[in-house]
Structure formats: C-alpha cells, structure tokens
Design a protein around this ligand. Structure first.
Ligand SMILES: Cc1cc2nc3c(=O)[nH]c(=O)nc-3n(C[C@H](O)[C@H](O)[C@H](O)COP(=O)(O)OP(=O)(O)OC[C@H]3O[C@@H](n4cnc5c(N)ncnc54)[C@H](O)[C@@H]3O)c2cc1C
Length: 199
C-alpha cells in the first residue's frame, strides 16, 4: 500500500521482502494508520476529520492489547487530584526508570484524552453523574476511570470502532501485516504490507 503512488518510485530502497514492484497492488490515501488498538483507532478517527485514511492491522480489531485491558485508565479527573500529584506518584512508582517528559505529557493530557474518549462514545462508569474513580496500587488518590467494570479496554475499543464506522472515511484493512515503511529522505510516503494470501 502506498500513500502517494506517484512518488513511490523515488522511494526506492530495498524492501525487507524481495518482490517485484509489478506485483505490488497500490492504493492511495492521505494517511495510513498502522494498528487497530486505542492508539491507531484514535489517530484514524482524528485524521478522518480532514483526510481520507486507511487503517491497516495485522489481525482483527478485537484482537489487540487494547481489547484485553481491564483495570482502567489513570488520569487526574478529581478536583482533589492534579497532574502534579499524578506525576509524583508515577515517578515514585517508576523508581528512576521513567522518561519524565513522557510522564509529563501523560499526566497533563490524560484528563482531556479521557473526556475525548467519552465524547467519542465511551461510556465510563458513573455514579450520580460523577465518574467512578477507583484506587489502584501506587496512586495516592482514587484516579482510575473504568468502563463496564473490568471491561474498560473492550468498551473503549468498541466505542472507537463505532466512531470510526460512523465517520465512514476510514478504509479498514484487517489481516494486513505491514512489513516495511517507504521513505523519501526523512519523510514516510507509504507502507508495504502483506495480506493473508501473501499479496
Ligand atoms: C491483560 C492486559 C491488561 C491491561 N490492562 C491495562 C489497564 O488496566 N490499564 C491500562 O492503561 N493499560 C492496560 N494494559 C496495557 C494497554 O492495554 C496497552 O498499553 C494499550 O492497549 C496499547 O494500545 P496500542 O494501541 O498502543 O496497542 P495495541 O492495542 O496492542 O494495538 C496494536 C495494533 O497494532 C497492530 N500491529 C502491530 N504490528 C503490526 C504490523 N506490523 N502490521 C499491521 N498491524 C500491526 C496490532 O494488530 C494491533 O491492532 C493491559 C494490557 C494487557 C495485555
């Protein structure tokens, strides 16, 4: 698959798998998203607001790590909580192994991303209108939002899949294994994938 077939020949560098370019089926999109977990689905739904998008995944959309996640999503949603406190707890639990910049992005953007997931259709558990916040190890305050009890991952993934289908601007390619990224200089111009027939 190639995002820009007209520029594909310029992207000649050895493929990981030896094959003639004549047998490569070319499809053209503005954006190719690889992966159908929470990251890929969110990227596809967002990108599809502006561009035509392909989502490529090597398996089915319910065969992801995201689908298996149970415990919930930690984010400083409570007024008594804060990104600073979440950061402190995370760095303490990480015992020196954390990438601080990554943790900062996680704690600062987390609440907005949870609200975005809700906006896209995820029904997080609520009681009396308030989000139910669960306590988990290493968190000094209740901070974990859940959906469907311990079915958080599958509830989030299903809502994102529905949002993607509703938007209908994402072309879904399940069971396609991306084996190479085609580049021009430092720019990615496409991906190369194998389907179940090896085509
Ligand atoms: C049992 C379990 C419980 C968990 N519980 C929690 C929890 O409670 N809270 C929490 O925050 N996190 C939890 N996690 C971790 C969380 O699930 C992951 O961090 C998160 O789902 C990762 O999302 P992702 O979109 O990055 O990856 P994934 O959901 O793994 O998606 C990766 C996607 O990429 C596709 N892919 C990969 N390589 C290729 C390729 N070459 N070509 C085409 N497609 C490809 C896969 O098929 C898949 O669709 C848990 C994980 C597990 C396994």
């Amino acid at each position: 698959m190639d995002a820009h077939p007209e520029t594909a020949p310029a992207a000649r560098r050895p493929y990981l798998v030896s094959r003639g370019t004549a047998s490569v089926r070319v499809r053209s999109y503005d954006v190719v998203v690889v992966g159908g977990g929470i990251a890929g689905l969110t990227a596809a739904v967002g990108a599809a607001r502006k561009w035509n998008v392909a989502l490529v995944t090597k398996s089915s959309l319910d065969d992801t790590t995201t689908f298996l996640a149970q415990g919930g999503i930690a984010a400083a949603m409570d007024p008594v909580d804060s990104p600073e406190l979440h950061m402190r707890d995370t760095l303490a639990a990480g015992a020196g192994l954390c990438d601080e910049e990554a943790v900062r992005i996680l704690v600062e953007e987390g609440p907005a991303r949870v609200r975005e997931l809700e906006h896209l259709g995820t029904k997080f558990d609520r009681q009396g209108g308030q989000l139910v916040l669960a306590s988990e190890g290493a968190h000094s305050v209740p901070r974990v939002v859940r959906a469907g009890g311990d079915a958080t991952g599958s509830v989030v993934a299903s809502a994102l899949v529905d949002a993607m289908i509703l938007g209908s601007r994402v072309d879904l390619h399940e069971y396609e294994f991306v084996i190479d990224v085609l580049t021009e200089g430092k720019t990615c111009v496409g991906t190369l994938s194998l389907d179940t027939e090896g085509a």
